[in-house]
Design a protein around this ligand. Structure first.
Ligand SMILES: Nc1nc2c(ncn2[C@@H]2O[C@H](COP(=O)(O)OP(=O)(O)OP(=O)(O)O)[C@@H](O)[C@H]2O)c(=O)[nH]1
Ligand SMILES: [Mg+2]
Length: 369
């Protein structure tokens, strides 16, 4: 089978020692994720910002479940093929659950399947159709890392969102003919054979396929967010918001819940009930023009829930410990250990609060390193 010309990848040819090592590692190690791949689909992708740039894409896919498969994309089916991208394929039902901002990144497969240009090389036609009937009703999200159409001999530049064909006249004639010739196919004939196939139940979503427009990925220089220890993580929005998780810990009836309700809502309850499990409140403060959110977790102090609550220390960047002054440090150590295990390593200090005793407020610093 003739192949389109490939740019030569720069680098020394593989040495015998490397081949020997590969032989050994290949025999000893397991490749479970890759071994899940069980099918080869061939289709065409174009760059979401330029329909004129079209590439042949060999998808090697495995099902994660009935509604989701993930594929590695190569530029050819040969052993030396270049890994140029990835594609995730999901059912129409899953696609409809995606937020609207996500939908334009996904493309439909209905046209590709029904027009015959998406096929499964080497597979008997009845078997192909069985699966194509399903693919016809799916959406895919594909990112390419290697712009082989530009002749790049290494994966250069930023990841590119790719799209799929949605109507006649889009696919370059020469690309189609080349593939038809190499695989001995007729897309036109296949189109007729697949006329019976049903497409998307709800039709092509208007936001899919880049919402009918172009999409371009761009690289933008931005402030580097603080590391994990300084509160990076869940809830941050486009780098403009910081979320810090802080836990309040201490034995039961030490005033944890009241400390939080006083801080979050300026409320105090002299008859508060013991907390079951955990609860959290979020407070926003502005520092240097940036919105900082403190997500403060109030845990139960009851011994019987300790195993459960320690799981909530995960990801915490700060801790407030409440305890009775008459308690001695060895007692504190009991709670220090699970906190140090669950919270992020970068938790370095906490404040030990104490109520006023004889009119004097006791406030001790402590370290968790
Ligand atoms: N006088 C006084 N009472 C307090 C103070 N803080 C809490 N209390 C009382 O102490 C009791 C227990 O308070 P909580 O805030 O529920 O204690 P907790 O640490 O959350 O207890 P658990 O949820 O069981 O772990 C309640 O009756 C509160 O009213 C305080 O600063 N002063
Ligand atoms: Mg409580």
């Amino acid at each position: 089978m003739e192949r389109p010309t490939q740019p030569v990848i720069p680098g020394e040819p593989k040495k015998t020692t490397t081949s020997l090592i590969e032989k050994a590692t290949g025999t000893i190690q397991g490749f479970s994720p890759v071994n899940k791949i069980h099918q080869h689909l061939c289709a065409f992708h174009f760059y979401a910002d330029d329909m004129n740039r079209q590439v042949e894409a060999h998808h090697y896919c495995g099902h994660q479940n009935e509604e989701m498969r993930q594929c590695l994309i190569y530029d050819s089916p040969e052993a030396d093929a270049r890994l140029i991208g990835l594609e995730y394929i999901i059912s129409e039902e899953l696609f409809l659950t995606l937020p609207d901002a996500e939908k334009p990144l996904w493309h439909t497969h209905e046209y590709e399947v029904k027009s015959g240009v998406l096929f499964m090389p080497g597979l008997p036609v009845p078997l192909q159709r069985k699966d194509l009937e399903k693919i016809c009703k799916t959406y895919g999200k594909t990112i390419h890392f290697w712009q082989v159409d530009k002749g790049d001999n290494l994966p250069l530049g930023i990841p590119q969102v790719m799209m799929a064909l949605t109507r006649d006249g889009q696919l370059h004639e020469n690309l189609a003919q080349d593939v038809e010739k190499r695989y001995g196919l007729s897309f036109e004939k296949e189109r007729e054979n697949r006329a019976y196939m049903e497409g998307l139940k709800h039709g092509m979503h208007q936001l899919a396929n880049a919402a009918g427009k172009g999409l371009k990925t761009v690289l933008r220089e931005t402030d580097c967010k603080p590391g994990a220890g300084a509160g990076a993580g869940a809830g941050e929005d486009e780098g403009e918001e910081y979320l810090f998780k802080v836990v309040i810990i201490g034995d039961s009836a030490m005033g944890k819940s009241n400390l939080l309700s006083r801080y979050a809502r300026n409320e105090f309850n002299p008859h508060s009930k013991s907390t079951i499990g955990v609860e959290f409140q979020t407070q926003s403060i502005e520092i240097d023009g940036k919105e900082i959110k403190a997500q403060i977790w109030d845990t139960t102090g009851q011994e019987r829930f300790r195993a459960v609550t320690s799981a909530y220390y995960r990801g915490a960047v700060g801790a407030v410990r409440t305890y009775r002054l008459r308690y001695q440090p060895p007692h504190l150590l009991r709670q220090r250990r699970p906190l140090a295990r669950g919270a992020q390593k970068e938790v370095r200090a906490c404040l030990r609060f104490e109520l006023k005793v004889n009119g004097k407020l006791h406030l001790y610093p402590c370290t968790f390193t």
